[in-house]
Design a binder for this molecule. Structure first.
Ligand code: ADP
Ligand code: MG
Length: 338
């Protein structure tokens, strides 16, 4: 008898889930990114037991048409790209069509969604098996709840850190998504207690104030600059307002939160000798660039990216921040609005 056979879809999804959903915070990230891609203006995230018991994301976005709902849970099924060319100029946060099938393979998922013009759909999937599908109310948007994450992957469950750490990871990702989208109103609550709320009024400094406090927001300076390939803008802290780690530096490329050591380093270098050893600024850096110059298809979680002309971008960032911080009377201008 032949020894080689194809894995079942459920098993293949579980293997993919190992990369896409590492921990509760990855589920939050994928679900919120879907809500953002669906043009939502309000996104509410409700979490229980640091996400292991339940993660619910409610949005007021485009919703999914009844005929598409079951497709949304198929592997590599997406509405966001079609051709090879699309892959090189991705405008949405998602495009791999992996999140929903991966999550549904390792949890108990209930999706309720409606485009607002027809009856909505409710879909229940647990461990990759469809439990039921029915009609639901017409309320434009999507409400997805993910319960008992990793119930069928005990090894993954064991690998979870303390609830405080998992919750801190969730807060961190919601903070970064809120900083990336000041025009979207976000809330995050844990067991009924509200941890994050942003107004959605579109002002980045206001979001910074919501996350780091008004006092700290007063210690942020605005910067802006461009060259032929890149446009950058954002806020970075005065040398007197620093933290002991780099993780308070958020880098966003075309609206996507990314991790990029070289870009982070360029921000720090903009401080010249103004920082004490082991201290790092708090910063939010938005980079706008031709999507052709950035490859987001490096890692399933899409956080690592490859940038062409990286050193040119680094020079621009360092130069703009250095110039801003060298001004006399460093008083952030926008702060009076707070
Ligand atoms: P991707 O985001 O890479 O396309 P997902 O598995 O995350 O893949 O989602 C599959 C599809 O389901 C998306 O392409 C989108 O059409 C639809 N979808 C998922 N979440 C939402 C949502 N909150 N609102 C509207 N459509 C959604
Ligand atoms: Mg997605």
């Amino acid at each position: 008898m032949a020894k080689i056979h194809e894995l079942s879809d459920v098993l293949a999804d579980q293997i993919a889930a190992g990369e896409v959903v590492e921990r509760p915070a990855s589920v939050v990230k994928e679900l919120v990114e879907n809500a953002i891609d669906a043009n939502s203006t309000q996104i509410d995230i409700l979490v229980e037991e640091a996400g292991l018991k339940s993660i619910e994301v409610v949005d007021n976005g485009d919703g999914i048409a009844a005929e598409d709902v079951s497709m949304a849970f198929e592997r590599h099924a997406t509405s966001k790209i079609t051709t090879r060319e699309d892959l090189f100029k991705v405008h949405s946060l998602g495009f791999r069509g992996e999140a929903l099938p991966s999550i549904a393979s390792v949890a108990d998922v209930l999706l309720e969604t409606s485009t607002g013009d027809e009856a909505g759909t409710q879909m229940h999937i647990k461990g990759g098996q469809v439990i039921g599908q029915s009609l639901s109310a017409v309320r434009k948007g999507t409400d997805i709840s993910v319960k008992d994450l990793f119930f069928n992957t005990p090894a993954r469950l064991k690998y979870m850190k303390s609830p405080q750490t998992e919750l801190a990871n969730i807060s961190d990702i919601v903070n970064r998504l809120a900083l990336s989208y000041p025009q979207i109103a976000f809330t995050l609550s844990h067991e009924g207690r509200e941890l994050i709320r942003t107004s959605g009024r579109g002002d980045l400094l206001q979001v910074i104030a919501g996350i780091y406090g008004v006092q700290n927001a007063r210690k942020m300076v605005k910067f802006k600059g461009e060259d032929v390939d890149f446009e950058i803008y954002g806020y970075t802290s005065l040398p007197e307002f620093t933290r002991a780690s780099r993780q308070y530096i958020s880098v966003l490329i075309n609206g996507r939160y990314v991790k990029n050591f070289q870009v982070t380093k360029a921000i720090i270098e903009g401080y010249g000798s103004k920082l004490m050893v082991g201290r790092y600024p708090v910063a939010v850096l938005n980079i706008k660039m031709d999507p052709l110059l950035v490859d987001v298809n490096v890692h399933p979680a899409k956080q690592e990216v490859r940038i062409s002309q990286e050193s040119q971008l680094q020079d621009l960032i360092t130069k703009v921040i250095y110039k801003e911080l060298s001004k006399e009377n460093l008083i952030p201008s926008a702060v009076k609005n707070l």
